[in-house]
Write a protein that binds this ligand. Structure first.
Ligand SMILES: Nc1ncnc2c1ncn2[C@@H]1O[C@H](COP(=O)(O)OP(=O)(O)OP(=O)(O)O)[C@@H](O)[C@H]1O
Ligand SMILES: [Mg+2]
Length: 148
């Protein structure tokens, strides 16, 4: 089953939107297989956003991601990577459609509440960066036959 890494960034925690956002993933039918709160170090933030090194917003992005606790999660399900990205909306809250997380709760490009892996390959690498393998819990959903 496909897995994806989802981060509720420090703004989501500070704005008390954690429950609201997790509820959307649950209602969609994705399955929560790991969850923890993390105060990201500079090193973890650098590794997570290594692809953006050198961009004008890079330093500000690292400061943002390390500014407070992040909720790190792994969700799984059919097409989990793209489903999570659809729930999130576009990078820029101002351009995200209402009904999406970024479209409903923000206007900022940087402080956009949530991260989701953008490919199954990156999801695997990002899950390994944020979680130890034993932190992922394997179980059966009683409603799997209805939702999958
Ligand atoms: N032009 C920008 N100015 C400020 N911050 C930006 C800008 N572009 C991207 N960011 C920040 O960097 C993050 C990573 O950018 P990316 O292009 O990977 O967007 P994304 O894939 O929608 O977001 P994420 O990787 O966090 O899921 C964005 O989510 C946002 O927080
Ligand atoms: Mg990205």
């Amino acid at each position: 089953m496909q897995k994806t890494l989802v981060l509720l960034k420090p703004d989501a925690v500070q704005r008390r939107l954690v429950g609201e956002i997790i509820g959307r993933f649950e209602r969609k039918g994705l399955r929560l297989v790991a969850l923890k709160m993390v105060q990201a170090s500079r090193e973890l933030a650098e590794r997570h956003y290594a692809v953006h090194r050198g961009k004008p917003f890079y330093e500000s992005l690292l400061a943002f991601l390390t500014s407070g606790p992040t909720v790190a999660m792994v969700w799984e399900g059919r097409e989990a990577v793209s489903v999570a990205r659809l729930l999130m909306g576009l990078t820029d809250g101002a351009r995200s459609a209402p009904g999406t997380i970024r479209g409903d709760f923000g206007l900022s490009v940087q402080n956009n509440l949530i991260h989701g892996s953008d490919s199954p390959e990156n999801a695997e690498a990002e899950i390994a960066l944020w979680f130890h393998p034993e932190e992922l819990v394997h179980y059966t959903s009683s409603d799997a036959a209805w939702i999958g």
